[in-house]
Design a protein around this ligand. Sequence first.
Ligand code: SAM
Length: 342
Amino acid sequence: MHESPLTFFKEPLRSASLVDRFDRQLNYLRISVTDRCNMRCDYCRPAADAYQAEPRSQLLSFAEIERIVRVAARLGVNKLRITGGEPLVRKGLSELIASLARIEGISDIAMTSNATLLFKEAKALVDAGLHRVNISLDSLNPLHFRTLTGAELSPVLAGIQAAKEAGLTPIKLNTVLMRGINDDEVASLIDFAVAHDATIRFIELMPMKQGMDWDKHYISIEDILQREDVQQRVQVDAPLLTSNTAARYLPLKEGKGSVGFIMPMSSRFCDGCNRLRLTSDGGLRSCLPADEQLNLRDLMRRGGTDKAIADVFLRSAMLKPEIGVYDFSSDNEKRSMIHIGG
Ligand code: SAM
């Protein structure tokens, strides 16, 4: 039996809120619900022979995730993002979302997905309390898409449509830019987003533990903005608009709307970082590229109290570095996006 958060937290919320050493308020928890995925993207996971999913018993149960979020909410976390692996391959995800949506203090629940299973699930997810979805889309060419992901493009397109119809809006599309792989598709991806009333964000490839050669495929946003077909569509000389996310935006030339750019490599956005990450096996991480993570799963399974969970959150906040540094020498197996959740 663990003590109820209501009995532990007698003091007002503010007295124990998550503020790090650089005065950043951490109110956003990204929760990876699985390390399994129905795609095989080389930029996201270690090479096939080096990838090993955790035994299911090592993953957090829904009850454990809910308990962690209850404690986090009492510390001021109000915003959640469900991610993975592919979150929709975890059975019963809508039930988890419904239970998280009922937690006092949680006001926003979003998800990052590859959308392959959304056409079946979108309505149930909305009914459960999901507000928005970000969808990964790295190519519009079915053959390239299959080579890149090992999956078909058509279910993803159906998923985008289903998300729109279910009201999971505004839909954001995420494209990881890879030189020689999809950097020639930027203009067509922008046109696709405009036609589907979605906002597209281009993400610089990060050097994580992955099955892709980062040096060979990294391309900066600055390079992308030099392209003629991009300049025909985007006001590249306009000032970059900031947002309360990691993305910076430039207006489109025609119509309304903008295009987003996430530049973890060429232009850090750590100043306003409000994030903590929970891995599917219960690791709490305060910085995406930093290897430090504190283990909540073992603590809970040893009978740890809610106060002990809260202490781990406070400790994690104190460990958050001022700036995230991509340590190219690090060879930590757990440093792939499929493990951390992106
Ligand atoms: N399966 C889901 C999906 O495809 O969106 C959620 C998990 S995925 C790890 C979350 C995000 O991380 C996706 O937008 C993905 O493109 C991004 N990502 C994965 N590896 C990356 C890398 N090496 N550099 C930049 N972004 C990456």
